[in-house]
Write a protein that binds this ligand. Sequence first.
Ligand SMILES: [Zn+2]
Length: 999
Amino acid sequence: MKKGEVYKGFEVIDIKKIPGCASKGVYLIHKESGLEVFHLVNKDPENLFAFAFNTPSKDSTGAAHVLEHSVLCGSKKYPLKDPFLQLANQSINTYLNAYTASDRTVFPASSPEKSDYFNLMSVYADAVFFPLLKEEIFSQECCRVEYDEKNTPSLQGVVYNEMKGVYSSFDSVVSSEDESSLSRGTIYEYDSGGNPFVIPTLTHKALKAFHKKYYCTSNCRVFLYGNIPTEEQLDFLYENVIARCRSYGKPAVMKSVIRKTPAEHFVEAYGPCEENSDKKSVSNINWKISEEDFRKDISRISLEVMFLSDLLWGDDCAPVTKALLESGLGDDISHQSGVDVNRLEPVITLGMCGVQKEKAPEVRKLILKVLEDVCRNGISKGDYERAVMGFEVANREVLRFNGPYSLVLMRRSLRGWCYGEKPWTTLMFADEFDRLKKRAAADKNYITSLIKKYFLDNPDWSFVVTTPSLEWNSNRDSIEKKLLKERIAQSTVPELKAELKKMYDFQNAPVPEKARNCIPHLKVSSLKKIDDRIDTKHTLVDGIPLFTNEENTNGITYADIWFPADVLKSSYYPYLPLFCECIVQCGWKDVDWNDALLKIQRTMGSLSFTTKASAVPECSSQLAREEPLTVGREWLCMRFKFLSEYAAQSFEIVKDCICRTDFSDTERIKTIINAVYANAASSIVSGAHVYAAMRSSCTDSRNGAVNEIWQGITQVFTLKKIMKEGEAGVAKKFRKIFSAIKKGGCLIHITSDSDGLESVKKLLPSFIKRSALVPLKKKRNIKDGKFYKLTELPGKNCAGSETALYDEVVIIPGTVGYASTNIKCSPYDTKEAMEDCVLTHYLETTDLWKKIRTEGGAYGVFFSANSISGYSKFGTYRDPKPFLSIDTFRKYLEEIGSKEIDAVDVEKSITGTYSAEIEPKSPATRGMTGIFRELYGFSGEQKLRRLEWLLKITPEDLRNAALRFEAAPRKGKTVVFTSKTLLSDKIEKKSGKIITLPL
Ligand SMILES: [Zn+2]
């Protein structure tokens, strides 16, 4: 394609090379319909598309949000109730989602397989442009009056309940108070997600009008990424969208200000309050950049404010954060601190949480004082270099977070494109950053002038102090009751009940066979075997094993040094997670922790230390015996990354860390212990299902026990014990551990591109010598029993181990529970193992879904075969009846051999399992997978064999797997994490041990 060329009515506006993502950007506009398309063309087979619409709000009814949900509930070509769910289950998508931002709604999806990609696009295009928007769906998604068995009315609805959840979170209320304090008189005054007080006023008619106005081709931007030719995509869009549209609509007017409203500087706000809350406030200063200013240079201003936030409070040693933490005015920097540049009026927020309300003004004074000091004295070289390094690494690194990296590019592009800029304006991040660095180099007052402009001299600011209040809770309750009354008064009870019945009938109506299969489903025969062998090379450098992975890392080098932990006595094991935290955060002999941290961050992307252990699959046990120094061990892994040109300086720092860490700063160790404990304690409720699963595996194998000691609730008990022991004793132990670890030898692993690998190889001999690293020593001979002993926790013994139905019951805060148990499955390198995988996936999405979620009321249910450990794990998430779930699961297993197995569902489960097996990896993850396979005896060949087996699985195979499950002995430990309220005398009598967490 060439600039000026016209293809099916699409004119090529421009073609541009986009450095930084190895792509060519093709920008097209379909003249007649106004549809805009931007395609980042490159070699990546994982293609992504996104439909984006500008959807500015004129009230807080949440029309944009309700619409985002509703369009995915049935469309002209796909007249189903839940095409979205169906699609998710039978496609190999690597991302499939939709979101409502403050002024736009975006529908992105991606897939590594072309036919699957077009299936996704077909369903999404039909959903956004031709949705059915049925009244029943509106009742289901927005808000309705519902009557329970006792005939008590209440307001219900998917979006309504979702937003009620948001408004009952203190942090979300703080964010919205901060934002709205500066947004009065603008479109951002309204909540695009919907305020539960206003959502009930949205009507079906208004929703349809909203769709007509905004979901039209003239207001749509299509972002494309990947290797499918642009022409093919345009053919698709032309046939499936443009040719079918009756009208093309108009672009939405994007303007922030709707009326003049003077800024309110000091705001006192309130938010939801927990029963035993200490009622401490969050105090935030907010600054706004006006639309007029922002539009002058969106790309430059976005980058400047993002850089400032990193520089001033991006880290514990950054000037504002350091001053706030040392002041003791509150617990921590507030969660809202940061910048939002995805709006016409960017907002910067900075403050503290856990503040006594009367101390709030001091927080503001202190922040302003630090900013003034920085302006007066200039920004320090160390701080500047730290922030620059953070940006450089982030800019170059190709990462995956819950989806492909192209999502990051999509968000960057839309940032300017949605406001009428060219789609690449905000995408050329690296160029913009180079300009920033040049300006900073040429003018020593440049950075401080930015601080003055965006903070100190900015007239658009507010200071918001938000405090939890029980009164706020009760106020909301009474307003809610009033709303319900009004809603009922507008109608009559029979009318409301008729509406409800209509919705239920719709939900319960069986789907006709024809409609059920209308969603294009990927045939197993079209799934390709994907070879994900990773080439890991192995040599020796001065007796130390060196493993390397050559990957396209974009100029970043990832290095890890593995020290075996199993040279230690078992009694040291519980201390290792904390030991790992302290090594990189404690400073070195003669270098204070703060300076050491700053040095690390100025030079490298990151440096961390972690414990690592896995089981070796049965098929590799011979290998483990032949290679006892490298295969099947427990490790401490020191991992760091840096820009390849900083290799020498980075290894110098790592050498210092290895040779000079002496754990002499016991004050710092104390702070770290407290922080690690607080983190672990707060993660228990949100991650209880993970903790429960770990606990239920702790007697399966030595590996299960070691992971429980390091990452399970056992670690919470350990930390509590360490706190009592005191930091001086811990420091002494750490010195002993470190010296023993260093004597145990190590291996080194590097992932980089060829230049990066070359430069590191040159450095290694001197690094090894000066760090006094030695070759690997043998594992210490310890009986497994010693590790099992370390996982034993104090508690109240109830039923004997023979009669107990639930081996362990762990009491946690909250109102729900989490159940976990496991049963034996087939060994890794066998066809049966793949059958187990498909069967568990099948059950998780069919029978167990129905029994545990739909009927039992749990929020989530998991069942997955882990053939490496040899166990299939069953678990529930946010479960109101965790004990019953265990009973239900056991009973189900007893008769599973005689269950019907549906051939179509089997095919979908194969696709689902396949999708998880072939998930693409980032370069860093590929390197890590490479070394992991070496250290635990996995190979790419095994993986390939597994895929071959997977694609041949038949319903008959699953029936056999089911029979195996039915016959498997009950062995794994059953663990239930539960709130006290769910525990009865009857259940206590059936429980082995009741453990209360030392929180
Ligand atoms: Zn939602």
